[in-house]
Structures are given as C-alpha cells and as structure tokens.
Design a protein around this ligand. Structure first.
Ligand SMILES: [Zn+2]
Ligand SMILES: [Zn+2]
Length: 186
C-alpha cells in the first residue's frame, strides 16, 4: 500500500534498481519546484526548474540517495529590501530504509523510508533547501541598508544628508512665511 504517486515530480521509483546491495543508478531530471520551498525572505519560485543529479544506490537496509539539486532562489535583502535573485546548489545525501513490517526502527520518526518501491524526495529536499539558505539574505555582503530619515537606500550617489537643506525648499519655506504674514489681520 502506498499513497505516493509514481508520476509525481519529486517521487523516485527504485524498481529498476532492484534490492541487491551494491547496485546503483544515476538519475538526472528537471522537475518543477513545489509551493513554499524555502523561507519567508528567500525561496525557490513555485514551478521553477529544479535540476536533480542523483545517484541511487541499494545498500543492505535501504536505498542511499546522494547528489545535488540546482535551483533558482528569489527574495529580498533584509536590510534594503532590494530584490535578490540567486542560484543555489544543494547537496543531498539521504538513506531511505526499506519498509519492513517487522522493522524495530518503525517507531523512529526521524528515519526516512521507502513507500513500497517509491521514494518521496520532497521532505528531504525541503529540509536541505532551508539549511542551505541564509536566514538573513543580503543583496551584497556590506549592504548599508536604508536611511532611517528618508527611507532611501544608503550609499546611493544621490543620497546625502550632510548637505544643508535644499535652497528650493528654503525659498518655499520663505513663501509659506510670507503667506502667513499676509493673512494676518491688520
Ligand atoms: Zn541590500
Ligand atoms: Zn536619507
């Protein structure tokens, strides 16, 4: 009994591998990213391609999956909120145990298992992506962030507060002053 769909993008079928320890297969495929892959400030866009280069190897107790996943990530710099687009390579190495009914390790929740001949790669991929992402992504290592006074990005050429107040604003202030003076009753 299995609830996995063998045609789902991140489900791997190990039937051709067999269960003889030592046999292995290489698997290269490009699959669409599932929803909500990543963290709030940096994530893999849903449906964007994930390139999987995997090696499936039968071992005594299960199937060892190793290799890499390449994906695009997008997000925002936590300091200046500029958009970030980056490329992520995630290393994967996971052991999936055969689903034996009398397995004493069945109670252990932290082991990954095959469902029949199928492997659901998505949970391991999610864990690996989150581990690989920086929790505080920056557009550049020394991003100066935003100006607390005007909200502009600091470090831009046209941003400066050292300069005295703009003369155009000074004259407007003078104008406002004169209007007040004019409206005063005699
Ligand atoms: Zn930034
Ligand atoms: Zn400013």
């Amino acid at each position: 009994m299995t609830s996995l769909d063998p045609r789902a993008p991140l489900v791997l079928d190990t039937r051709e591998l067999g269960r003889r320890p030592g046999s292995s297969r290489l698997m290269s495929r490009t699959e669409p990213a599932p929803a909500d892959l990543g963290i709030e400030v940096l994530r893999v866009p849903e449906g964007s391609p994930i390139e999987l280069d995997l090696r499936l190897e039968a071992v005594m107790e299960g199937v060892l999956v190793s290799g890499s996943a390449d994906a695009e990530v997008v997000g925002e710099c936590v300091r200046c909120l500029e958009p970030i687009a980056d490329h992520l390579t995630i290393d994967l190495q996971e052991l999936y145990l055969y689903d034996e009914p009398d397995d004493q390790m069945l109670d252990q929740l932290d082991v990954r298992r095959l469902e029949g001949d199928l492997i659901d790669l998505e949970p391991a991929l999610r864990d690996a992506v989150v581990l690989a992402l920086p929790f505080q992504p920056l557009c550049e290592d020394d991003c100066p962030g935003l100006c607390p006074e005007c909200g502009m990005r600091l470090g831009l050429d046209d941003h400066a507060h050292e300069a005295p107040i703009d003369p155009r604003w000074a004259s407007l202030q003078g104008l406002a002053g004169s209007i007040e003076t004019d409206s005063e009753p005699d």
